[in-house]
Design a protein around this ligand. Structure first.
Ligand SMILES: Nc1ncnc2c1ncn2[C@@H]1O[C@H](COP(=O)(O)OP(=O)(O)O)[C@@H](O)[C@H]1O
Ligand SMILES: [Mg+2]
Length: 353
């Protein structure tokens, strides 16, 4: 097949996405496909090509492969684009996508996981992987997701309040909020902008940071317990993976620096816990109308309650990512996983999902 792997983009998670994209590209090439790995925001820029078609089979730039310890500054990224266009699609991106049998979305976070790229590709008649535009948008919005699943018999989500840090008085928010609390920008990912506040001062600092990241912020009750993630692939849950950071919580550095976090898959847990998370993750998947695959995050308290935190519609495919490890635990290799996602997505698009 001719496949475009879209990655990068103007998202705080662009480096993670470039790493996912590189792995996906390599795996699909190994399986005999003709693959163009394309940075959504830069397109042909910096790739040494003059025609979009030359991106197929172009080498994978070394800079795409490794995730640095900190998320990139997007103002610096913007300033380095040469064509000065306001479009989020870099030069040649839409042309190369139109040449593909399918576009594999290796994008994460805003600009890729939020439904806008999916909507654009729908209008252009170009098939892509994963969920459709509406469910993607709902799933990236942590407040909307929690509202939609609230009250479902299989889903428990921690109490929360959504505030607008750019419009509200931060001291008033801090005064009424019970501590400890987790501060999460509404549409963040990779733990970017996520803070665990134990004191009022920490909360005020976190709210100030949230102001810089758009303002709308979820304040979620802190849950103490063991952390897990569980994928749904083509309607079935995979074995949950336990996440044990060596220090601190599962933040950006602990997610992508090899060895910073111990991951155990299948997790060493009672069957009932696996079943509880599987039922919950499938319920969230179906409630939001997701397609093909997803990965949901949980914390389980000692009494066995599985608290649903959030669901990802384009989960990471990097060397330290969780879905490939869950798939491997049931004998699905990385390349096979990519191909299953592609075939299931072609089916989903035909059904109008
Ligand atoms: N309510 C919570 N209680 C305790 N820890 C949390 C809570 N919510 C999030 N966390 C921690 O923050 C991390 C990131 O939060 P998450 O909701 O998964 O957002 P994202 O991964 O999109 O940045 C989680 O993996 C977990 O370690
Ligand atoms: Mg998460």
């Amino acid at each position: 097949m001719k496949i475009v792997v879209l990655s990068g983009g103007l998202s705080p998670e662009r480096n993670v996405s470039l790493s996912s994209g590189s792995m996906v590209c390599r795996a699909l090439r190994q399986r005999g496909h003709s693959v163009a790995l394309v940075d959504l925001y830069f397109g042909m820029e910096g790739r040494g090509v003059t025609e979009p078609a030359q991106l197929f089979d172009a080498p994978i730039p070394e800079s795409f492969c490794k995730v640095s310890a900190q998320a990139p500054d997007l103002d610096v990224v913007k300033a380095s684009r040469q064509d000065r266009s306001a479009s989020q699609f870099g030069p040649g991106v839409l042309d190369v996508c139109a040449m593909a049998d399918i576009v594999f979305l290796a994008l994460h976070g805003v600009c890729g996981e939020d439904g806008r790229v999916q909507a654009a590709l729908d209008l252009l008649g170009i098939p892509y992987t994963g969920s459709g535009y509406l469910s993607s948008a709902l799933a990236l919005d942590k407040d909307m997701t929690k509202r939609l699943v609230l009250g479902h018999p299989d889903v428990v989500t921690p109490k929360w309040e959504t505030v607008d840090c750019s419009a509200e008085d931060l001291h008033a928010i801090a005064d009424r909020t019970q501590l400890p609390v987790v501060v999460k920008p509404l549409d963040s990912g990779s733990s970017i902008g996520v803070y665990i506040a134990n004191t009022k001062e920490e909360l005020l600092n976190a709210l100030q940071e949230s102001r810089k990241l758009g303002g709308r912020t979820v304040l979620e009750q802190f849950v103490k317990g063991r952390e897990f993630s569980i994928a749904v692939l083509e309607g079935e849950a995979l074995p949950a993976i336990e996440i044990i950071p060596k220090a601190g919580f599962y933040d950006y550095a602990n997610k992508y620096q090899a060895g910073a976090t111990e991951e155990v898959c299948p997790a060493d847990i009672p069957d009932a816990w696996q079943e509880r998370m599987a039922a919950s993750a499938k319920a969230v998947f179906n409630t939001l109308g997701l397609a093909v695959y997803s990965r949901a995050d949980y914390i389980i308290t000692p009494d066995g309650t599985a608290y649903f935190l959030e669901i990802n519609t384009l989960p990471g495919m990097t060397p330290t990512s969780l879905v490939p490890q869950e798939a491997a635990a049931v004998g699905i290799g990385y390349g096979e996983l990519c191909e299953r996602i592609i075939h299931a997505s072609l089916d989903a698009r035909k059904k109008g999902l």
